[in-house]
Design a protein around this ligand. Sequence first.
Ligand code: FAD
Length: 286
Amino acid sequence: MKISEILKNDSPSVSFEIFPPKASQSTEETVRVIEKLAPLAPSFISVTCRAGSTPDYTVKVAEAVESFGIPALAHLTCVSSDSREADRLTDALASRGIENILALRGDLPADGSFPTGDFPHASDLIAYIKRRGSFCLGGACYPDRHPESRTYAEDIEHLRIKEASGAEFLTTQMFFDNDLYYAFLYRLLRAGIKLPVIAGIMPVTNARQIIRSAELSGTALPPRMRAIADRFGDDPAAARQAGIAYATEQIVDLFAHGVNHVHIYTMNRPETAAAIMNNISDIIGK
Ligand code: FAD
């Protein structure tokens, strides 16, 4: 099922992100993660494509997601694909009945080099795949703007190019302050960008992860979250409970303000996803 169809539903829904194993490992453990996530009935599951793994594992894990009757969203990056590789991977996805692709530039290697170069920006990859088939394509967005963008206005202009290139939805980078997300929606509205924006929520369950998550997302840590890290950072069980409560509160606030689609970065931890889903079971009617 296409995510554009899922997003037409105007009642609250939750989807999950998982990552594939390293290239040197088998996919068995990841399939067990999907087995535990499936009963939580997510609207779809996205599968990342990262350095250290291989895009073939993204395809294989996405296929496993579909085998549980759950729509899969396969990530594809400009960093790992030139046009030949994009052709090969999109053919592999299409032949497995996978209809959704999140097209990204990808994280650049530490030395800043760009190994392939056919697609300098995610919008180039989106436009290319759009011409090749009938995938439902999504792109990434950043409520606190992408760290390489100098201004919010520049960031929004590049999202306009994503929309014009054929993106049908956006998924946000993790954010820890919902006001950033609401302000971002307002900037999109003002710019006339009509794409649905799935809110990405990362349950932060240990102090080290809090700091790393903030660094990765380029977003500021709200004082409330910093206080959680300071107070519970040395107690893993307490930090986990606080992280689940924080993410739950963010999600409830989003739903209360009329946001319908939330994406949980599960970090392949089904217990964390299950705890959050249990906290909002009556809200999402599951
Ligand atoms: P782009 O849209 O290309 O943007 C990158 C920068 O270039 C931005 O500053 C943008 O404003 C600018 N830009 C965009 N278009 C133009 C243009 N036409 N001209 C000039 N400048 C332009 N990384 C992975 O490696 N694997 C993953 O699976 C993965 N999944 C992700 C999922 C989500 C939901 C998000 C939010 C991020 C994910 N990332 C992933 C990280 C992402 O690859 C990085 O944040 C990367 O730095 C930017 O990717 P992008 O697709 O937003 O790039």
